[in-house]
Design a protein. Structure first.
Lengths: 113, 115
């Protein structure tokens, strides 16, 4: 069974304190790994897609990287507005010709001013 | 551009009642899906559709029905609500192409409580 595990479950940072979130996965035939940001009371908002090991994507203070077993979301000098839950999703399993994504449980990030 | 619109935003039902959660997208996306999000669990796929007239089951389909008569709309029906269906429901869509390569666009959810 495909598994996606995110760690830590919760992370508290001071403004400017860089850190990383982890998404480890055990799937066969990875087709894509997605990072989303979810604010309270809102739906997930797409951040990045990574397709192959070694790939990196950046957006403002966020940088996502991918290996064969895990992905990291690096947050450099975070600001309070980066506070949110970050979700990881893996697309690998094929069912009836379509693909069903598997989501992790998320990492809740709070950045204190 | 409204994106994915879900209605209602909040709903309280009694056990055994039925209702329909509405989802509409204005991006001409072929792929649409319904998820539920429960505390301590990841998003779980209920049903999905790869185009008008085509639907299929996800991980947790029991107790839910869907139909897709148009590209824009993908309603989710609860025929006889149960307390276990208390959750936050999200609708999502993605663009034409290989499902696995396209990110999903989510609505802001329907918060459903069943008493």
């Amino acid at each position: 069974e495909d598994q996606v595990t995110q760690s830590p479950e919760a992370l508290r940072l001071q403004e400017g304190e860089s850190s990383s979130l982890n998404c480890s996965y055990t799937v066969s035939g990875l087709r894509g790994l997605f990072w989303y940001r979810q604010d309270p009371g809102k739906g997930p908002e797409f951040l990045f897609t990574l397709y192959s090991a070694g790939e990196e994507k950046e957006k403002e203070r966020l940088k996502a990287t991918l290996t064969k077993k895990e992905s990291f979301l690096h947050i450099t000098a975070p600001k309070p507005e980066d506070s949110a839950t970050y979700l990881c999703a893996v697309q690998a399993r094929e069912t009836g010709g379509s693909y069903i994504p598997t989501f992790g449980r998320g990492t809740s990030l709070i950045v204190h001013p | 551009n409204a994106g994915v619109t879900q209605t209602p935003k909040f709903q309280v039902l009694k056990t055994g009642q039925s209702m329909t959660l509405q989802c509409a997208q204005d991006m001409n996306h072929e792929y649409m899906s319904w998820y539920r999000q429960d505390p301590g669990m990841g998003l779980r796929l209920i049903h999905y559709s790869v185009g008008a007239g085509i639907t299929d089951q996800g991980e947790v389909p029991n107790g839910y029905n869907v139909s897709r008569s148009t590209t824009e709309d993908f309603p989710l029906r609860l025929l006889s609500a149960a307390p276990s269906q208390t959750s936050v429901y999200f609708c999502a869509s993605s663009s034409t192409g290989v499902w696995s390569n396209q990110p999903q666009h989510f609505g802001d959810g329907t918060r459903l409580s069943i008493l």
